[in-house]
Structure formats: structure tokens, C-alpha cells
Design a protein around this ligand. Structure first.
Ligand code: AMP
Length: 425
């Protein structure tokens, strides 16, 4: 199946070609025909599956084909509501890229920054609005936004919206949407609260589910280090100084923990930045920009802040803390090993986290190989996690300090150098 065979209009096809996509991803292959037919969609899919293009392309296609001879300012015809600023910006970028050969305009609004430039853009008029819920309601209340011309609405990352306490905001927004519209609803998980919300939003939707989790987990070379809580900072430094890597995304369970990791790395002359909810929008964007451009190679993030981080060629994900929700582990490691590239996920597991590890292994139906031979072992090593389901090939020793000797198990071995090697060059 090609994009052309899906029946997408020419200027958008051209933009897809420029992007270098040869074939639609499974979520795109399933969703695009449904959306081109004008049906509502309930999509069970997460970031990393190509879901943004799955909704952005059909919306652009419809708007392009319906373009009237315009008199007066553009009216907002498509609304995408998403939980975080990072996701909003990323979705906005996607619309700009796929729509670059059309004259369809999109605008992104989110909180945490002054509203001046956003209201200016809204005054000029936009066809598509990508928004986080709080700022959207705020600007609606101030009269900068009217939703009465909306024909396409997307609720993105619905489960995350609920987790972040946006349910009342979402209800208020939905109440302002015209009933005659095409509605799309995406969520990575579908617990009862999400299904009930989806019923309030969608007419008679078609359902599409893509399960990238297992596939992603299989592509990524995973390993776990049993390490005491006290040993974690030392082990992290040791790995970053010896493990050949291009860029590492480190996950911390708490904002405070993320800041602490950055400080520890700083003391060892490893430049890292943290992104989490307590950082200003400017600081988050700067940190992400520097990481994406390769200026900094280490980014420390909490799970919520990391949603929407889409970095090409992220070589390592390091779980400094294991998540208590097993799906989160899969989301985290899915940030590496994208688009067929090989990725490495290293997890630190202290005694208290062993139950989390068991749940993760059950979910991914794999036993994550243990790297037993490291300098900071957990003092409770005798506690072994539950028996394997499908053993993976054990990882090879990979902390040689010799350049180029990374165990030979990675395709990118010539490209990857240790942090200290790069700092010297
Ligand atoms: P998303 O799930 O929307 O965050 O997309 C994840 C990543 O996949 C982004 O970097 C997209 O640019 C990329 N992507 C989306 N569709 C395709 C495709 N058909 N072929 C290759 N990459 C894609």
C-alpha cells in the first residue's frame, strides 16, 4: 500500500514524498481511508506509531478539497487538542510540513508563555488550531477563538489528558463544538473512563488499534542493572563515561530526581538538561532544541514531559528509575529504535523496583537480560525476578573504554562514540 493508493490529494502526496515517507505506517494505512470517507474514528495508538500523520493528512486533504474562494479572515475549521506543549508544537510542525504545498494555515497555542504572539496569529486567521486545553479555554473566554466553524476535531492522547486532570476542560471544549463535525479520538490505552468519554464525543466511530508496544520492545536491545539506590548515580556516571552513545534520554520518576541527576552529571562535566513540569516553557524548549540539534547529548526527563519528544537517532534510553506502570516502560524505550534503527535501553533496578520489573517483563513477554558484571551491584542481589517468558539473547559486555569496541552488537557502532571520546575531540 502506498500513500497514492490511499487517494490522498497531490500537493499533500508531494509533501509526504519530500518528508521521505515511502509507505504508510499501520495506523495510517487503517485510519486514512476511514477518515477520507468522513467517518468518526476511535484510535488506540500512541506517539511513535505515526498517528499524527494519520489524522493530519486526511484533515489537510479535506480542507484542501473544500477550500472556498475566501472572503475575509480564515475561520478555524479543524481543532486538535493535545495535553502538552511539546506535543502541540510537534503536531503543529507536522501540519506545516504535510501542508507545505497548500495554502492551509495552522496555528499552535499553549500555556506557560505570554499570549500576545498567539492572539496575533489568531487575529490574522487560521484554518487549523492545535491547542492545549487550558490556553484554548482561556482564549475562548477572552473572545479570541470561536469554535462554531469547526468541521474536524481531534482529541489526542486522551488518557494523558485525564491523568493530567483536564477532564473538565475537555467537557467544556466539547460543549462548544458544533454537532455536525467529524471527530477523532486517540488514546494509548482504553480504560472505562476513556471509553465513556469517547462515547460523548464520537458518533458511530470506526475503531483502529495498533499495538506498537511489543514490536518496539523487541527492536530495542534492553538490559537491566541491579543496583542499590545509592549506587545509581555512580552507575549512571560510569555508563555515560564508558558506554559508546550518541544521545541519551534519561528517565526519572520525579521532577526533583531529574534535577538531581543533572546536578550530579554537571559535577562530572557532563552537560545535561532536565525537562519537566516545573521548568519554564522557554527552558523546556531550549533544552529540547539543544538535544535535538545534538548540542547536548543527555536529556533528563519525567514521563509527562517526555511525551512528544521525538528525536531522530536517539541511541540510548536510560531508565534511572523504573516506572510503576509497565506500559510506561514501553513508551519510554519506544523513544529509541525508531524507524528500523537499533536502539539501546538500559534500566536501573533497585530492590524496591523489582516488582515493577516483574510487571514490565510480563507485559513485554520477555526477560530483560541482566548485566550482573558491573561495579555497583545491588546489595540484595539474591532476590531474583520471576522466571523468564521468552529469554532474549544476553547483551555483550559493552563498557569497554577502547574506542570502537562496543561489543559489536550494534549496527551503529562506527558512528557511536563514548561521551568522553566526543568531549576530547
Ligand atoms: P508520531 O506517532 O506521529 O509521533 O510519529 C512518529 C514518527 O514517525 C515521527 O518522527 C514521524 O515523522 C514518523 N513517521 C510518520 N509517518 C511515517 C511514515 N509513513 N514513514 C516513516 N516515518 C513516519
Amino acid at each position: 500500500m502506498t500513500f497514492k493508493e490511499l487517494g490522498i490529494t497531490e500537493p499533500i502526496l508531494k509533501a509526504i514524498e519530500v518528508k521521505g515517507y515511502t509507505h504508510p505506517t499501520p495506523i495510517q494505512e487503517q485510519s486514512i481511508p476511514i477518515l477520507l470517507r468522513g467517518k468518526d474514528l476511535l484510535g488506540c495508538a500512541q506517539t511513535g506509531t505515526g498517528k499524527t500523520a494519520a489524522f493530519a493528512i486526511p484533515i489537510l486533504h479535506h480542507l484542501y478539497n473544500e477550500q472556498p474562494k475566501r472572503k475575509g479572515p480564515r475561520k478555524i475549521k479543524a481543532l486538535i487538542v493535545t495535553p502538552t506543549r511539546e506535543l502541540a508544537l510537534q503536531i503543529g510542525e507536522n501540519f506545516t510540513e504535510y501542508g507545505k504545498f497548500t495554502n492551509i494555515k495552522s496555528t499552535v497555542i499553549f500555556g506557560g508563555v505570554k499570549q500576545g504572539s498567539q492572539t496575533l496569529a489568531l487575529r490574522k486567521g487560521t484554518d487549523i488550531l492545535v491547542a492545549t486545553p487550558g490556553r484554548l479555554l482561556d482564549l475562548m473566554d477572552q473572545g479570541f477563538i470561536s469554535l462554531k466553524d469547526i468541521k474536524y476535531s481531534v482529541l489526542d492522547e486522551a488518557d494523558q489528558m485525564l491523568d493530567m486532570g483536564f477532564i473538565h476542560d475537555i467537557r467544556k471544549i466539547i460543549a462548544k463544538l458544533p454537532t455536525e463535525r467529524q471527530s477523532l479520538f486517540f488514546s494509548a490505552t482504553m480504560p472505562p473512563a476513556i471509553l465513556s468519554l469517547s462515547r460523548k464525543i464520537l458518533g458511530n466511530p470506526e475503531k483502529v488499534t495498533v499495538k506498537p508496544e511489543q514490536a518496539t520492545a523487541e527492536k530495542v536491545e534492553q538490559s537491566v542493572y541491579f543496583v542499590s539506590k545509592m549506587g545509581k548515580p555512580k552507575l549512571l556516571l560510569h555508563l555515560l563515561q564508558t558506554e559508546p552513545f550518541d544521545s541519551a534520554l534519561i528517565f526519572s520518576r520525579t521532577k526533583h530526581g531529574a534535577d538531581k541527576i543533572v546536578r550530579i552529571l554537571g559535577k562530572a562535566n557532563i552537560t545535561a538538561a532536565a525537562i519537566h513540569g516545573n521548568k519554564s516553557q522557554g527552558a523546556r524548549q531550549r533544552a529540547l532544541g539543544n538535544f535535538k540539534s545534538g548540542h547536548t547529548n543527555v536529556l533528563v526527563a519525567t514521563d509527562i514531559a517526555a511525551r512528544g519528544i521525538d528525536v531522530d537517532e536517539l541511541s540510548h534510553v536510560i531508565n534511572y528509575d523504573l516506572p510503576n506502570i509497565p506500559e510506561t516502560y514501553v513508551h519510554r524505550i519506544g523513544r529509541t529504535g525508531r524507524a528500523g534503527a537499533s536502539g539501546i535501553a538500559l534500566s536501573f533496578c533497585n530492590h524496591e523496583e523489582k516488582a515493577y520489573l516483574r510487571d514490565i517483563q510480563k507485559l513485554i513477554k520477555q526477560t530483560i537480560p541482566v548485566v550482573a558484571d558491573h561495579p555497583f551491584p545491588d546489595e540484595y542481589e539474591d532476590v531474583i525476578p520471576e522466571s523468564p517468558v521468552k529469554p532474549q539473547k544476553p547483551r555483550q559486555q559493552r563498557w569497554s573504554t577502547k574506542p570502537g569496541n562496543d561489543g559489536g552488537s550494534n549496527n551503529n557502532q562506527n558512528r557511536r562514540r563514548s561521551y568522553s571520546q566526543r568531549r576530547q575531540s
